[in-house]
Design a protein. Structure first.
Length: 596
C-alpha cells in the first residue's frame, strides 16, 4: 500500500500506523504493510569507487552511532508503535519471522569524484524489502549518499524492547528542489565560538541544508588572523575571540564531511571599519563619525559603528586584493560573497578623496560612485580563477545608490521587499538566492538593540484614541515581527514568476544577524525554524493536490525539534509538551484537515 507525504492530509493508509515522520519530508516515500523488520548490526558495503572515501565512511559511522546510541522513540506521533518481539515464540511462521531482519547497507555511488560545489547531484534512492535482509541505497554522488544516511538515521527507531526496527518495508526516491539551501551565521557583531559553529553545521546536516554562509566580519570587529596584515586582529573583540587558519580549515572540513558548503563573506565596501582601519586609516571613510539617524546631516551608518571602504582612494584596492586573495586560498568553495549592501552616502562626506572626485564633475552621482567600485573591485574578485562565482547583496543593483551596470553572472542575494525584488532581479536575468527579511530573517522581533533610544520609553496609554506604542510593529524592531516556523514554511517565493524567471531562483537562505545573538542563544535562534526552511527548499510546502501542508508539518517539526536536541543541537521549544504528546490537540481549527 502506497503512502506519499505529498498525499492529501488525513488519507487513511498503512502509513497511519507508522510513527516515523522524517524531516525534511522525502519527495516520495512508499511504505509497505507487511510489518516490522528487525535491524541488527549494520555493516556498510560500498561500491568500489567509494569504498575508501573517508568523508563517506565517517558519515556512515556517525549515522549508525546515532541510531544505536539514541534508540530513538519518535516524540510526536499519530499512532502507537506496532509491537514487535525480537524473540518470538517458535511457530509455523518462525522461519519467515527470522528472515525479517536487515544486517547491512549496500551503497552504490555513480560518481565518487564529484566535488561538493554548487549544483552537485544530491539525489538518492533508498529501499528496504521484507526479504532482502539489507538496505539498498543508490546515489549519483557521495553527497547524495550522505543525505540517504541522514534519512535512514530517522527511519530506524527503538522497538520498545531494547532492539531496533524499521516499522515497515519502505522505498524512497528523493532529491532537493533547490541546489542552494542555506543559513547565514554572523560572527562580526558577536563572536561565535568554534564549537557553536560546528553545532549549527550538525543541525544543517540533519535538516539537509547545504550552505553555511559565513558573514565573518563587520564594522564592529575583524575576528580572522591574517598573514598579510596581522594587525587586522587588533580589532577583534579580544585575543580569545579570533579564528585561526586552523579553525577555518576545521570548520570547512567538518562541514564538508556533512555535505555542507561554506561560503565566506567579507562585506565591502560598506560595513567596513574594524580590521581595515588598522592597515591604513585612509582607506576607511567616516570611521570616527557619529552614526545615528537622530541627526540626519551627521548620519553615516545604519548601526554603530560606522565605516566604509573609500572607493576613490587607490590603495583601497591593493589592500582588498591582498585580503581577498589570502582568504580565497583558505576557503575551498567556488563561491565567495563580497557584500555590497547598505552604502550610506553621508559616510563619504568624511572622505577627502570622494568629495574631491565629486567636485571634479558636479554631474557625478552616488550611482557613479558605486559603479567605480564595481568596475575596480570585480576584476579583483574574478582573478581568483575561472571557478570563482561572485555573490553580492541585491543593493548593488536595486538600492538608491546602486551601480549602473552590474554583471549578470553575479548571484544577487535578495533581502528586501519580498516578492517584488525577486521579480525585479529575475526579470533582469540575475540568479537569485532568496533571503527576504519579511519571511526569513531569524533575528527579527526582539526589539532594537541600540541604547538610549527614546522611542521605547513610552507608556502604553489605555485611551482608545491613543494607540499603544509598538515601535515598527509587534516586536519593536525594523523587521518585526518574529518569523515563526509557519511564516518561513509558508513562503512561496516564486509566486507570479514566469518559468524563465523561476529558473533564476537558486534557492533560499535564512540569515541570523548577531547583534543580539551569541553562543548562549545562537542555536535556539536558528533551530528548529531553519529546519522548516530545510523542508521548504528540499521538498516544498505543498502536497500532490497543491494544498499547503503546514498542518501536516506540525507534528513532523515538533518531533524533529526533539531529535535535534537529542543529537546535541540546542533547538528552542515550540509548544507545551502536551501538544507534543497529543497530536493536533493544539490545532487552531477543529477541522484538523485544515490547511493554514
Amino acid at each position: 500500500m502506497k503512502f506519499s507525504l505529498f498525499g492529501v492530509l488525513g488519507l487513511l493508509t498503512a502509513a497511519t500506523a507508522v510513527k516515523v515522520n522524517p524531516l525534511p519530508a522525502p519527495r516520495n516515500i512508499t511504505w509497505g504493510s507487511s510489518g516490522p523488520i528487525a535491524v541488527k548490526q549494520l555493516s556498510l558495503h560500498s561500491s568500489s569507487n567509494v569504498v575508501s572515501h573517508d568523508d563517506l565512511n565517517s558519515a556512515w559511522e556517525r549515522a549508525w552511532s546515532a541510531i544505536t546510541t539514541l534508540h530513538w522513540v519518535p516524540a510526536a506521533t499519530e499512532a502507537p508503535i506496532p509491537h514487535f518481539d525480537p524473540f518470538p515464540t517458535p511457530s509455523a511462521n518462525a522461519k519467515r519471522d527470522a528472515s525479517a531482519a536487515i544486517h547491512s547497507v549496500h551503497l552504490s555511488v555513480a560518481n565518487g569524484d564529484a566535488d561538493l560545489q554548487h549544483g552537485v547531484d544530491e539525489s538518492y534512492t533508498l529501499e528496504v524489502t521484507k526479504t532482502s535482509g539489507r538496505v539498498n541505497i543508490k546515489a549519483k554522488t557521495v553527497w547524495g549518499a550522505m543525505h540517504a544516511f541522514t534519512t535512514l538515521q530517522q527511519l530506524i527507531i527503538s522497538d520498545g524492547h531494547g532492539g531496533l526496527i524499521l516499522e515497515q518495508p519502505v522505498k524512497i526516491t528523493d532529491a532537493p528542489l533547490y541546489p542552494y539551501r542555506g543559513i547565514m551565521l554572523d560572527s562580526g557583531r558577536n563572536f561565535i565560538s568554534l564549537p557553536k559553529i560546528l553545532e549549527q553545521i550538525d543541525g544543517m546536516a540533519l535538516s539537509k541544508l547545504n550552505v553555511l554562509h559565513w558573514h565573518i566580519d563587520d564594522a564592529q570587529s575583524w575576528p580572522i588572523q591574517m598573514q598579510t596584515y596581522p594587525e587586522m586582529v587588533k580589532d577583534a573583540y579580544s585575543p580569545r575571540e579570533v579564528y585561526t587558519k586552523a579553525d577555518i580549515r576545521r570548520v570547512i572540513a567538518y562541514a564538508r564531511a556533512r555535505a555542507v558548503r561554506v561560503i565566506p563573506e567579507v562585506d565591502m565596501p560598506g560595513h567596513s571599519s574594524s580590521g581595515w582601519q588598522q592597515i591604513d586609516p585612509e582607506i576607511v571613510a567616516c570611521s570616527n563619525s557619529w552614526w545615528s539617524n537622530d541627526n540626519w546631516p551627521l548620519h553615516t551608518a545604519v548601526e554603530p559603528n560606522p565605516g566604509q571602504l573609500d572607493i576613490i582612494y587607490n590603495k583601497t584596492y591593493d589592500v582588498v586584493r591582498n585580503v581577498y586573495n589570502e582568504l580565497s586560498g583558505i576557503f575551498t568553495d567556488n563561491w565567495f560573497h563580497v557584500g555590497a549592501d547598505e552604502l550610506q552616502p553621508g559616510c563619504y562626506n568624511f572622505s577627502t578623496h570622494v568629495t574631491e572626485w565629486f567636485a571634479e564633475d558636479p554631474s557625478r552621482t552616488y550611482n557613479d560612485l558605486a559603479q567605480v567600485w564595481v568596475d575596480k573591485a570585480i576584476p579583483i574578485f574574478r582573478d581568483a580563477g575561472k571557478h570563482r562565482r561572485i555573490m553580492m547583496w541585491e543593493d548593488i543593483f536595486l538600492s538608491t545608490e546602486a551601480a549602473h551596470d552590474v554583471p549578470k553572472d553575479i548571484v544577487l542575494q535578495s533581502w528586501n521587499n519580498g516578492l517584488g525584488n525577486i521579480d525585479n532581479l529575475t526579470a533582469h536575468g540575475y540568479d537569485v538566492v532568496v533571503s527576504s527579511s519579511d519571511f526569513l530573517y531569524l533575528d527579527c522581533g526582539k526589539g532594537g538593540f541600540v541604547t538610549n533610544d527614546p522611542r521605547y520609553d513610552v507608556m502604553s496609554n489605555p485611551d482608545a484614541n491613543t494607540p499603544n506604542f509598538n515601535y515598527q510593529g509587534p516586536g519593536g524592531s525594523w523587521c518585526a515581527p518574529y518569523k515563526t516556523w509557519q511564516r518561513i514554511y509558508d513562503y512561496d517565493f516564486t509566486t507570479n514568476l514566469t518559468d524563465a524567471q523561476a529558473k533564476h531562483v537558486l534557492g533560499a537562505e535564512a540569515p541570523l544577524w548577531s547583534e543580539q545573538v551569541d553562543d548562549v542563544t545562537i542555536s535556539s535562534s536558528f533551530w528548529p525554524r531553519a529546519s522548516a526552511l530545510g523542508e521548504l527548499v528540499w521538498s516544498g510546502n505543498r502536497n500532490a493536490a497543491g494544498q499547503k501542508r503546514t498542518t501536516e508539518l506540525t507534528q513532523r517539526l515538533l518531533n524533529f525539534r526533539e531529535y535535534l536536541v537529542a543529537n546535541g543541537v540546542m533547538a528552542t521549544a515550540l509548544v507545551p509538551k502536551y501538544c507534543l504528546q497529543h497530536p493536533h490537540a493544539c490545532d487552531f481549527y477543529y477541522n484538523q484537515t485544515a490547511i493554514v
